[in-house]
Design a protein around this ligand. Structure first.
Ligand code: AP5
Length: 204
């Protein structure tokens, strides 16, 4: 199955991708996690991407399309988290393969801004947690790889607002692009309910 997750920053794409990956036994390709690794490792891609990410802007389509072209050519099925994010990226994806379903996580900006202050992220494996809604078993320690959790540098309120603006301008139009494959989820519900609703929509 080839599945994409659409939705604003903080809607819960990464959280849902993790659970669906276990249920469906599919790999996750998260452009955000790949880019953060590249920034940490100071690769050419990371050096080019950093300023865009810090400003809450999108990394340029040419860099992202080249990156995903290489990754997707190695996968038969996948969950895409954070790609595509522009019409140009969606058109590039169409040239690589046909996707089966686009799940859209719909939620108001105000809920996201509040939610983001509680997010904690593993800098090593990319797992995300929430202080209230999805806490790690041990305080500030990743359940999966035992690394110390951090607050992402782009999770401060100003950058979150910039990321939301970028989403509304450049990514939200993808909901029309995928209208024939789109299923919408209420992302303000609890994490477990969203997972159950997603599974129902995918009809495993
Ligand atoms: P990326 O990492 O993709 O960030 P994003 O889209 O802004 O999404 P987030 O990771 O912030 O949120 P999420 O929807 O995964 O939510 P999560 O599950 O963590 O991208 C970062 C940057 O990289 C971009 O700004 C851009 O610069 C660049 N980039 C990436 N891809 C690109 C592309 N294709 N093209 C160009 N540039 C690109 O959940 C959020 C919090 O809420 C967590 O704390 C979680 O525990 C909690 N939570 C989740 N679900 C619920 C729920 N139902 N109820 C309560 N809390 C919940």
């Amino acid at each position: 199955m080839k599945l994409i997750l659409l939705g604003p920053p903080g809607a819960g794409k990464g959280t849902l991708a993790e659970s669906l990956s276990k249920k469906l036994n599919l790999p996750i390709l998260s452009t955000g996690n790949i880019l953060r690794d590249a920034v940490t490792n100071e690769t050419q891609l990371g050096k080019k991407a950093k300023a865009f990410m810090d400003a809450g802007k999108l990394v340029t389509d040419d860099l992202i399309i080249a990156l995903m072209d290489e990754k997707l050519s190695k996968c038969d099925g996948f969950i895409l988290d954070g790609f595509p994010r522009t019409i140009a990226q969606a058109e590039a994806l169409d040239k690589i393969c046909d996707i089966d379903i686009a799940l859209s996580l719909d939620i108001d900006d105000e809920v996201i801004i509040k939610r983001m202050t509680g997010r904690r992220t593993c800098p090593k494996c990319g797992m995300t947690y929430h202080l209230e809604h999805n806490p790690p078993k041990s305080k500030d320690i990743c359940d999966k790889c035992s690394s110390e959790l951090i607050i992402r540098s782009d999770d401060n309120e100003k950058v979150v607002i910039d990321r939301l603006e970028t989403y509304h301008k450049q990514t939200k139009p993808l909901k029309d692009y995928y209208i024939n494959k789109l299923k919408s989820l209420d992302a303000a519900l609890s994490i477990d309910v969203i997972l159950n609703n997603a599974i129902e929509m995918i009809k495993i």
